[in-house]
Ligand binder design. Structure first.
Ligand code: ZN
Length: 678
């Protein structure tokens, strides 16, 4: 048997080598689908790594599902320029100019200035504009205005539309449009933010405008300002609505056209109605229609293909009202969704066995059947940087009355995981080969199970004592809530129940996630903190709270040790069983704090364990991390969907290929989906 195994292994390696060699000679889309190893890393520049993801299972969809996905992906890509324009009013003409230089530059492309220009173009493409996608600070160009002026002067006539003075100021003057989203307390957040969601109005005027519209007693309020740009006409504050024949009409017309085509291939009447209501909303701009669409969308759990398309998340608006345009098209990963269905079906067992005071357990608990999905396209606010999960709709009253969809995008998390192998991280920070091997084998599945337990069961578990205010933990509420859900997940990850349910096949598998969690919470997440700063973000606080609390409470038994080897600090976990008991103890205490609304105890835990950074260890982590050249931010290029069309224009198949490069894709999108310029 072992001989045959070796032989077949050698054969497949040989075939892979052969097809790789052929591929470099003829770039045929069919060849790209051969079974050679998938190449996840596409590009690397500045603080960014660009990956690609695989749409596993697309071939197994029915023809009508493929047609549906195809038209939905087209509807997604047509919205790209809306997002660019929302981010900053000169982003689109600025992009035209940069791309014209990038394509046509006839000078020396090896000079420092050209290289700096190329890096800048790639940064701008990644951020959908001139501000960093995460920090929202404006990028600093490494080339001069003189260099760009000369490069533009030699462009072929008519290759871009000049708005030169404003564009040059936007690129080179640090005082112009410095920050896309300014959150500094006490400043006028509208006037000082460079986004294009407001124009010529002050924060006070915007707040007064919406205060006058809102009825504080309305139990089902629309999402005010979600699809509008606010400006002034003749001295009066007005909303410009994103809709057909309104703002962004050109791009919206293409979106509606493709949604209409998609509707013909809907999987069922409920989904057809979801698409129809979305078209109604784009046509009228009416936010009550958007709510009706959102309710129908949240309630459609039967369809395998699903999508988001619209003005959704409002992080780009300092007042948190206007939605950035985004689209994600996806289909349910049936095998992986089985995991969350099993957990959800056993929700009561987990609740009954939770290591918390019986008074704080829910007598009847309903698990959330979180879906695992495969992304087929990422667009707008979700491209190239993308979330790994979705939890929508955002309107609280809709969530309470009609439920929400919580999904994990597993082909994205898989791409992250695969691309991380071999980046040197494990060699630098994980203590020994045995732990590395366990993580290599089990971290992907235990990480996913951790997320499933956290989302499907953790947040929904436990109950407040009668009369306790759900907001009693105030500013520490979200940190403690994430802590509670994480502890629930960590505790059960080591439970034999998961093996009994067929979700894990090795009683030691959980150790992979335990090690990663403690390593991350005590050390490696610090690489995201600037020197001298404390931890602010709720999830990071929660992870350090758990790791530091367990370290301290297991100290006399040496459950977790910080050991020094060759001048470097390593996490050593000596007793995994004891660590699990510590997770259980802390869960009991956090649940008590939440159930009783014990603000003082919650605050004390957060302040003692979650906020302060060990300066020396922080320095060490930053130093070691810097030697690895790992990009702090990652994003994705999309695959290409090519319809096979018969003589009557009917799609008979859809092919998916993964051959496109980063700038290649950006340039193609810019010319193909220029919905606001035609
Ligand atoms: Zn959570």
């Amino acid at each position: 048997m072992s001989n045959n195994y070796l032989l077949s292994n050698a054969m497949s390696t040989f075939k892979n080598l052969l097809s790789a060699a052929v591929l470099t000679l003829s770039i045929s889309p069919v060849m790209a689908q051969s079974n050679q190893p998938f190449n996840y890393v596409v590009d690397r520049f500045a603080d960014i790594e660009v990956l690609r993801y695989q749409v596993t299972g697309f071939e197994d969809l029915t023809l009508n599902q493929k047609r549906l996905v195809y038209y939905l992906t087209e509807a997604a890509l047509w919205g790209r320029d809306i997002m660019w324009d929302q981010n900053y009013k000169y982003n689109l003409p600025l992009r035209d100019m940069l791309e014209a230089v990038y394509v046509s530059y006839s000078g020396d492309r090896t000079t420092d200035e050209y290289q700096a220009f190329e890096r800048y173009v790639k940064q701008v493409e990644f951020a959908n504009g001139i501000h960093h996608h995460y920090s929202t600070d404006k990028f600093v160009p490494g080339f001069s205005a003189e260099w760009l002026t000369a490069a533009v002067a030699q462009l072929p006539a008519g290759s871009w539309t000049p708005v030169q003075a404003e564009i040059f100021a936007a690129i080179f003057d640090p005082a112009v449009a410095a920050k896309r989203v300014n959150q500094v307390d006490g400043e006028d957040l509208i006037v000082t933010s460079a986004n294009n969601l407001y124009d010529g109005v002050t924060q006070q005027e915007v707040e007064d405008f919406y205060a006058a519209l809102k009825d504080p007693n309305d139990p089902t309020p629309i999402s005010y300002g979600l699809n509008t740009r606010v400006t002034k006409v003749d001295g009066a504050v007005v909303e410009q609505i994103y809709k057909l024949d309104g703002l962004y009409s050109g791009a919206i017309a293409h979106i509606v056209d493709n949604l209409t085509r998609a509707m013909a291939y809907a999987e069922n009447d409920a989904q057809r109605m979801v698409i129809a209501r979305l078209i109604d909303y784009y046509t009228t701009g009416d936010l009550a229609t958007f709510d009706d669409y959102s309710i129908r969308w949240a309630e459609d759990t039967a369809s395998q293909v699903d999508f988001i398309n619209g003005f959704i998340e409002s992080y780009g608006d300092p007042l948190g009202m206007t939605g950035a345009w985004e689209s994600i098209v996806n289909f349910k990963d049936l095998a992986a969704s089985h995991r969350t269905e099993v957990l959800s079906a056993n929700a009561q067992w987990f609740e009954d066995h939770s290591p918390i005071d019986a008074r704080f357990r829910k007598p009847t608990v309903k698990g959330v059947s979180a879906k695992v999905i495969t992304a087929a396209i990422l667009a707008g606010d979700a491209y190239p940087a993308t979330p790994i999960g979705i939890n929508l709709p955002n309107a609280n009253w809709i969530r309470a009355a009609h439920g929400s969809k919580s999904v994990t995008i597993e082909n994205i998390t898989r791409a992250y995981d695969e691309a991380s192998h071999g980046n040197g991280f494990a060699e630098e920070f994980v203590i020994d080969d045995a732990t590395r091997a366990l993580m290599q084998q089990y971290l992907f599945i235990t990480d996913n199970l951790h997320t499933d337990l956290h989302e499907c069961l953790g947040h929904g578990s436990g109950q407040l004592l009668p009369g306790v205010d759900p907001d009693a933990l105030k500013e520490h509420g979200s940190t403690l809530e994430e802590t509670r859900a994480d502890l629930f997940a960590l505790y059960y990850l080591a439970d034999p129940k998961l093996i009994e349910l067929g979700l894990l096949d090795n009683p030691d598998a959980y150790k992979a996630e335990y090690y990663k969690y403690i390593l991350n919470g005590l050390m490696t997440q610090l690489m995201r903190i600037e020197p001298g700063k404390d931890i602010e973000e709720a999830h990071m606080r929660n992870r350090q709270l758990i790791a530091a609390w367990c370290y301290e409470h297991g100290r006399k038994d040496k459950v977790i040790e910080l050991v020094r080897r060759k001048g470097k600090t390593f996490i050593k976990i000596n007793d995994y069983d004891a660590l699990r008991r510590l997770f259980g103890e802390l869960l009991a205490e956090i649940q008590r704090i939440r159930s009783e609304g014990d603000y003082a105890a919650g605050k004390a835990l957060v302040e003692r364990y979650a906020v302060k950074v060990d300066r020396k260890l922080h320095q060490e982590v930053l130093r070691r991390y810097a030697t690895l050249d790992i990009a702090p931010y990652r994003g994705f290029v999309n695959p290409i969907y090519t319809p096979v069309v018969d003589a009557n224009g009917i799609i008979t198949d859809v092919k998916v290929t993964y051959t496109e490069g980063y700038m290649e894709q950006m340039l193609r999108y810019s010319s193909r989906y220029a919905g606001l310029r035609d």
